[in-house]
Design a binder for this molecule. Sequence first.
Ligand code: GKR
Ligand code: MG
Length: 448
Amino acid sequence: MTRDLTITEVRLTPILVADPPLLNTQGVHQPYTPRLIVEVVTADGVTGLGETYGDTKYLEPARSFAEKLVGRQVSDLNGLFVLADEVAVDGSQVSGQVDVGGLRGVQTADKLRLSVVSAFEVACLDALGKALGLPVHALLGGKVRDAVEYSAYLFYKWADHPAGVACEKDDWGAAVDPAGVVEQARRFKERYGFTSFKLKGGVFPPEEEIAAVRALAQAFPGHPLRLDPNGAWSVATSLKVADELGDVLEYLEDPALGTAAMAEVAAGLKGAARSASDNGSGGRRAGVRLATNMCVTTFAEIEEAFTKGAVQVVLSDHHYWGGLRNTRELAAICRTFGVEVSMHSNTHLGISLAAMTHVASTVPDLHHACDSHYPWQSEDVLTERLVFENGVVRVSDAPGLGVELDRDRLEFLHRRWLDDDGTLRDRDDAAAMRVADPEWVTPAVPRW
Ligand code: GKR
Ligand code: MG
């Protein structure tokens, strides 16, 4: 039977999704965060789903991209990147700025375009898979594992959003000290079976975060642990933390900001490793590995970071790397250079988790459990949420991504976006923090 894979309609639905008061070095998460849901419809009536950032700066390029897509084939995935080059982006919104709300490195017009393309690529793959009766992983060459492991993504957290702020209540409680962090980790383990833990740092002075990681190591002996202050530390502080935690860390993520600073940290760690092998004096820091989702966020950034030995683990993210096939290309480059690969996450819903799981299932050497914010999102646009069991998500063999849109939920979350006066449509963790602390300014880097 021949199928008509022509795209006849593209629907874009910006939404606001409930988010708990999670702390990071910029401030605190807003009570609602923007996402964009993409639907690509074919002439045969097959609908493919995609998801990406929903801040205003992504919406305009997404709209013009959507218009250009009508009449093309869902199978024309390479063509998406040619189209992307034609999409205008307001350079004043992005050029050279560090993308603060989402903390994922330097924002450029090209990177923004790729973040938009990624949602359309995923939607096209979903539609193509549904039309052909094949799961997305098969379209990527086939899964090499049946389940993808995720880590518990621990955050310092207030019990509630600031008084008077409209929000959804969550049942995680507060975590502002080592005991709170350990308790949160216990719940993650109980609820989802995660066995590796990542703590979002850069919130409290490093000694407090060191104490929290030590407490985790004591409570969960032998479990892989990571700490990620999003570049909030100087090189000296990074090395000090590595000294203190080197014996328990799986890796240290973006301790310092940018390739140059990361390369200095890496050189300090290498020096310690050399002394350790020469005279046994390398201390705990010898052997600490550095991971990033901030200094290697585009293909153009790879050469400098890899040749300087700035990172040993790259955390890919199909959103800003431009989709699932680019993620596989990134993994191949990492493999060539002996750099390990895993997956970064920002606030996201089930469509993205499904996409992450499909691509992760096809990457031969996936060295570490992937990050995901999904447990923090109590709301979704799917008829059935994806499930973590024993710390893994099973890879779906159903056609496409294997998820189904719940139109009522989509409409409900879109209505929330429509009703917003504009204050929440652009994620701004510093502004959210100023509600509790009017004096708050985004801390200069390095903060410690
Ligand atoms: O959600 O606050 C957050 C995270 O800090 C996020 O914005 C980062 O992109 O998870 C991220 C990371 O690993 O850097
Ligand atoms: Mg990170």
